[in-house]
Design a protein around this ligand. Structure first.
Ligand SMILES: NC(=O)c1ccc[n+]([C@@H]2O[C@H](COP(=O)([O-])OP(=O)(O)OC[C@H]3O[C@@H](n4cnc5c(N)ncnc54)[C@H](OP(=O)(O)O)[C@@H]3O)[C@@H](O)[C@H]2O)c1
Length: 250
């Protein structure tokens, strides 16, 4: 586990990776950003995040003390598995068959998407985190430890030490965490479960919104404390993965 002087590697520096990187820099971590197109394409984000951030290759990001894989599930095959051996890897991915293409191994309910990632990264210790909240709300709802309106996120993992590391990282970033079980249980925070995105939304304006996703992106979110997160995770009912829909409406 890095202290706030440690390094955090982002494999994937888009909406989710960028939001986590922003909080990590604010918490004092050094951040190594990466994507699929190369470090030069991340110069703007690195400059925006300031001197604690730099852009590098995915293999270099994999050498950080803690790694966040904020990539689409379709990129799992292209992650630097050897470089990630021995690392704790936070997995933010969600499976939307309509977007990602159908994967029978996930559709038949045999594996969760995080178990699939764990198989692709056999030497790493995968922890599911940050998948059940809109990227804008990761930043908008972060609060210092002890704040009355601090929110929580569920974490899932098979390795207790890695999960504890993830919990400490979330805490440093401004979040409580709820240990919600093993990777096999991570369907409980998948799209369309009770804890997925919706609880963290602000109340919709009475007049409605023309573009729901754009509205989510410009709002800060609504706090969800740890006890409520635990209850929502508990209430989840497993749906066939093929039934998930892309979120265009609340
Ligand atoms: N956006 C949200 O609010 C949100 C919330 C919760 C969970 N998630 C989930 O988190 C995952 C990432 O979502 P996102 O919205 O952050 O996506 P995004 O904005 O499209 O960013 C994806 C990032 O992954 C990088 N990437 C793709 N293939 C890669 C590879 N082989 N090696 C290294 N980097 C690679 C992309 O780099 P290039 O651009 O160079 O290809 C990009 O930086 C998805 O599974 C999504 O469902 C998203």
């Amino acid at each position: 586990m890095p202290g706030t002087t440690g390094t955090v590697g982002l494999i994937g520096s888009g909406m989710i990776g960028g939001a986590v990187a922003r909080l990590a820099v604010a918490a004092g971590f050094t951040v190594v950003l990466s994507n699929s197109r190369g470090p030069e394409t991340l110069a703007g984000l690195a400059a925006d995040l300031g001197p604690r951030a730099r852009a590098a290759t995915a293999a270099e990001a994999a050498a950080a003390d803690l790694v966040v894989a904020a990539v689409p599930l379709t990129a799992f095959d292209r992650l630097p598995a050897e470089a990630l051996a021995g690392r704790t890897v936070l997995d933010t991915a969600n499976y939307y068959p309509q977007r990602d293409g159908h994967l029978p191994v996930l559709d038949d309910g045999g594996l969760t998407s995080s178990e699939l990632l764990q198989r692709r990264l056999p030497g790493a210790r995968v922890v599911k985190a940050f998948n059940n909240i809109a990227f804008s709300h990761i930043v908008g709802l972060a609060r210092p430890a002890g704040a009355g309106d601090r929110s929580a996120l569920p974490v899932f993992g098979d390795d207790a030490a890695a999960k504890a590391e993830a919990v400490r990282f979330l805490d440093a970033l401004g979040w409580d965490a709820v240990d919600a079980g093993a990777l096999a249980e991570s369907w409980r925070s998948a799209p369309e479960t009770p804890v997925y995105v919706r609880p963290y939304l602000e109340e919709l304006p009475a007049e409605g919104v023309a573009d729901f996703l754009a509205w989510v992106a410009r709002t800060s979110g609504s706090p969800v404390p740890a006890g409520e997160v635990a209850g929502l995770v508990e209430k989840a009912v497993r749906l066939p993965a093929g039934e998930t829909r892309l979120p265009s409406r609340p």
